[in-house]
Design a protein around this ligand. Sequence first.
Ligand code: AIR
Length: 249
Amino acid sequence: MLSMGTLDPPPHGKTIAYRFDKIWSVTSPDRLPYFSAGIWNASPSFPLTFIKNPILHRHVAYSKKALVGIIMGSSSDSKVMHAAAEILDEFGVKHEDQIVSAHRTPTRLEDYAKHAEREGFKVIIAGAGGSAHLPGMIASHTIIPVIGVPIMVYNDKGGQDKFKFSAFGGLDSLLSISEMPTGSPVVTVGVNKAANAGLYALKILANEHPDLRRRLKGYKVEQHRSVMKESEEMRRLGLARFATKRFKK
Ligand code: AIR
């Protein structure tokens, strides 16, 4: 076990959290409280030592096969969509990534939906910009839940580095995804919010994977902790100094 540092004991009755995403464990030197995941009702008598849990720290793969299919209308969407992949990677959930355009490769829609069912994907994340028919059309071909990602920035085949905003700032894409006819639902995240699509997919998968459920709860605790840390710094510095530091004016 690798000792990673020490903490002063938190006030009795308060909970402490530690990095769930990297799966740290909390223990006391005399090995009394030893928990595999992150909230510990601390007692004032135990100084805490953070250690790396050798069992839990190994990469957790929830399935050897991909559980999530990520698709997008164009290679230019990868600029936004990679955030969905990163969240899934962080939680050890396998995904398969492809480009499928509802307009440029219309015959691939049905093929892809069949492929997704054959592969046993539990969720599909589909991102597209402009006239974003991809999530809806894929949803029409399968009962696998589809999470749409409306995309605002696109390349319009304008060369490697030229990116521009959609004429309607992503609203075009958002409405194309959300306004599905009754009978063929698609959920959508906000414009360019690919990371949220990844997180939402994890929430769906957590119904079947208790370990994933635990880690998602830990993720929330970690968010809470990081806001509290910032709030404390703001309180300490005062707003003006905090903002200067935060935005390096
Ligand atoms: N798109 C591609 N086929 C159908 C749609 N809606 C979208 C892509 C991308 C935008 O058109 O999802 O967001 C512009 O694509 P490109 O390849 O020109 O950058």
